[in-house]
Design a protein around this ligand. Structure first.
Ligand SMILES: C[S@@+](CC[C@H](N)C(=O)[O-])C[C@H]1O[C@@H](n2cnc3c(N)ncnc32)[C@H](O)[C@@H]1O
Length: 237
């Protein structure tokens, strides 16, 4: 797929808007994932938990992960986002290892991470690249490592009523072109899944799904509903 289109969009967005391009506080479903799985660990133990955020953007989730005491890593396609993330981390007095890279081809050793998290980032990949991404996550995760993802659900009205966007494959819109849709203006591949499709993809890639929910919110003063799959899976194969 045309990854340059996504990179160009985000470089322009971070350059022109700075921190306003993304959220500044961590995603609430990611906080719940951390609470469910790691809250019982001592601060010493947490230092040995290597956690990667793919598509880390300007660092809104990274600073929380670093402050929670994990050995934190972030990668993003966009250089501008990494400059912002560096400033964000510095502002909180915490550290993370940042690098530029493509999440479909993670440049880390096999089994390096205990957890990989994806907060509204891998949806920028079409179906084929999305499968390459899951294979890449599986490779860099240690056995029993945990994957978390917060991902657009097909029940969203942005997917159901997507015209004038086209479908690039069964899951992926050419962008969000309808002017009154949430995320309108995101003119690059924008993928949605049904939770069962996501679960099946993970199972086929050697994961055991241990949590899967859909969370919805409305936009435009309750006019339009947008839903996210929040899924968590353990690498078992
Ligand atoms: C909507 S932002 C979310 C940022 C961050 N996860 C957050 O929650 O604030 C999506 C991010 O994914 C990054 N991204 C998209 N495709 C990518 C890829 N193939 N590899 C790495 N990063 C990618 C974009 O540059 C952008 O920073």
């Amino acid at each position: 797929m045309d990854i340059e289109k996504v990179r160009d969009f985000y470089e322009a967005s971070y350059s022109s808007q700075g921190f306003a391009a993304q959220r500044k506080y961590p995603n609430e479903e990611l906080c719940r994932f951390v609470g469910r799985n790691f809250s019982m660990l001592s601060p010493e133990h947490r230092q040995s938990v290597r956690m990667l955020e793919v598509g880390c953007g300007s660092g809104a989730n990274l600073w929380m992960l670093a402050r929670e005491g994990f050995d934190t890593y972030g990668i993003d396609l966009s250089f501008e986002s990494l400059l912002l993330a560096e400033r964000m981390l510095k502002g909180y007095g915490v550290k993370a290892t940042l690098s530029a890279g493509d999440m479909t081809d993670l440049a880390f050793e096999d089994g390096f991470f205990n957890s990989v998290v994806d907060v509204f980032s891998s949806y920028c990949l079409d179906a084929q690249s999305g499968r390459a991404f899951i294979a890449s996550v599986s490779r860099v995760l240690a056995r029993d490592g945990l994957f978390f993802s917060y991902f657009p659900a097909k029940s969203s009205e942005a997917f159901t009523y997507h015209k004038p966007a086209n479908l690039l494959d069964d899951d992926t819109l050419s962008g969000i072109y309808r002017a009154d849709s949430p995320f309108a203006g995101n003119h690059y591949p924008f993928r949605f899944l049904h939770p069962l499709e996501y679960e099946q993809m993970l199972t086929e890639a050697g994961f055991e799904v241990q949590y899967s929910e859909v969370v919805s919110r409305t936009y435009g003063r309750r006019r339009e509903q947008f839903s996210f799959i929040t899924v968590e899976a353990r690498k078992v194969a």
